[in-house]
Design a protein around this ligand. Structure first.
Ligand code: SAM
Length: 225
């Protein structure tokens, strides 16, 4: 990595840990790094080195840890129009990298749900290192943690699981969407076909972003964010 990029990573890390990161500074700094080096650059900011092993707690049929690419996170933030008023829920949050990145990019509160205890520990250690309060991680099977999703306004799925588990989580999202508009970001994951979600933007690569639509009542238009 270029010396200039190393220096910018150090500057951003120090601004984050001192809670002096100007709004928009992480995105601006990331965009100055060549695209192929952005993931390594973010890992430098987060002081993350290498991929953790998966543990025996990963249920059968669920997907092991793989961090989402920074490019995809940047596109998700834009397409879902995530801002500081949002609560971003990363369903299957691994080491908390995506949750922390989205929080720092947007100011949104971020909640990770993760089934592997060692990854939850890493995520909590990352939040402590970064000195961020509005990034938390809850340990458990996301399909059993639906109560913890209720505060969410944006839900992020980097293919943690599919099938019956995904259907259970979607039943909860539908209940939330009946109360208020939500967005759903899906990476590398075909979502169940449901009438209460529509594409918020044309799909881009592996990423599709949806927004909820509420069922029309007689004489009213469907509402959306
Ligand atoms: C492909 S990784 C994505 C990690 C993170 N969201 C990111 O984008 O960087 C999928 C993650 O989902 C977690 N996972 C799989 N099944 C899960 C479940 N039932 N409940 C909670 N987390 C789960 C895995 O342990 C893994 O960390």
């Amino acid at each position: 990595m270029e010396v200039r990029d190393r220096e910018s990573a150090e500057l951003i890390r120090s601004q984050v840990s001192q809670r002096r990161l100007p709004r928009g500074a992480l995105r601006a700094a990331l965009l100055r790094v060549p695209p192929a080096a952005r993931d390594a650059w973010l890992d430098l900011v987060f002081e993350v080195d290498g991929l953790p092993d998966d543990g025996p707690e990963l249920p059968r049929g669920c997907v092991p840890y793989l961090p989402c690419a920074v490019e995809v996170l940047l596109r998700a933030v834009q397409a879902a129009q995530i801002d500081a008023d949002d609560v971003f829920v990363d369903v299957g949050s691994g080491t908390g990298r995506a949750a922390a990145a989205v929080h720092l990019l947007t100011g949104a509160e971020a909640i990770g749900l993760e089934v592997q205890p060692a990854l939850v520990e890493s995520a909590r250690a990352l939040a402590a290192r970064l000195n961020v309060e509005r990034v938390t991680t809850i340990l458990g099977d996301a399909a059993e943690l639906t109560g913890s999703m209720r505060a969410g306004s944006v839900f992020f799925f980097y293919c943690p699981f599919s099938g019956e588990r995904l259907a259970r989580v979607f039943a909860e999202l539908e209940a939330i969407a009946r109360q208020r508009p939500i967005r759903v970001c899906a990476v590398d994951l075909p979502l169940p076909q449901v009438p209460w979600l529509e594409l918020a933007a044309p799909p881009s690569g592996d990423l599709a972003v949806y927004r909820s639509v509420t069922p029309a009542s007689p004489g009213t238009a469907r509402s959306r964010r």
